[in-house]
Design a protein around this ligand. Sequence first.
Ligand code: T3D
Length: 262
Amino acid sequence: MSDDRVLVENCDGYVVITLNRPDKLNAFTPIQNNSLMEALDTADANPDCRAVVITGAGRGFCAGQDLGERDPADGTPDLGQTIETYFNPMIRKLRAIQLPVICAVNGVAAGAGANVALACDIVLAARSAKFIQAFSKIGLVPDSGGTWTVTRLIGEARAKAVMLTGAPVTAEIAEQWGMIWKAVDDEQLMDEAHSLAGSLSKGATVGLGLTKMLVQAAGTNTLDKQLDLERDTQREAGRTPDYVEGVSAFLEKRPAVFTGRR
Ligand code: T3D
């Protein structure tokens, strides 16, 4: 990946994707959106990549859509087009990619930036970070799946309050509310993200990907449907080399060495 608006660092078994427009708090432009999508597609297609970390350069994670690209004098903007072209595919990709995606929220995450972060599988946030549903401040509605994701994560009462007021939610409150996995000391954030990604990238990747899909499906399935899905998915997981290795390692009282292969 050569575009300097999104940096990609290949680590041992995982990639770190960094949004890189720090002077604009990494606000999204079409080029940055496309670069992030391309980085995710590349990670997804690489059998040696078994986890993904997304973070931001500088003091912010992402301030959402770059408002410098908007013309307030344009009387008939079609903002639905940006959503359809950039943000919706991004959220769909984050949910569909069969790898654990960790978001390391290094600073403010506002608008679509907050909702892209919250669409990731495991969200770590620096204690100084804040999540802001900034849309109400500019006359818009929350997008990038925010009304779906945030409502499921923290419930309707809190979701409505943070969305209608645009009040910042600190990393610690976000953790208390179950909106994210963990708030960590600022200087520990990337160490923690690398350690988590390193450990997940040595896991049973197929099983982890299927687990992600199961948890996501649980949000809309009935229990009966979910039980059937678990049965079918377990069948699939049980036919992976990592299952053979996991059980063998257990019986032989040694650490398992998973390959992540199908
Ligand atoms: O338009 C469509 O297609 C629809 C899609 C919408 C999706 C969305 O994401 S809508 C929501 C867009 N985002 C916002 O409304 C957030 C706007 N930003 C802020 O409210 C604040 O910047 C923050 C609360 C995020 C951070 O505040 P603070 O005080 O820490 O930083 P700052 O000084 O406001 O920002 C630092 C710089 O980043 C500043 O540039 P400058 O003046 O130093 O050259 C600021 O203009 C720039 N910046 C911050 N956010 C954006 C931005 N530039 C362009 N677009 C931004 N969203």
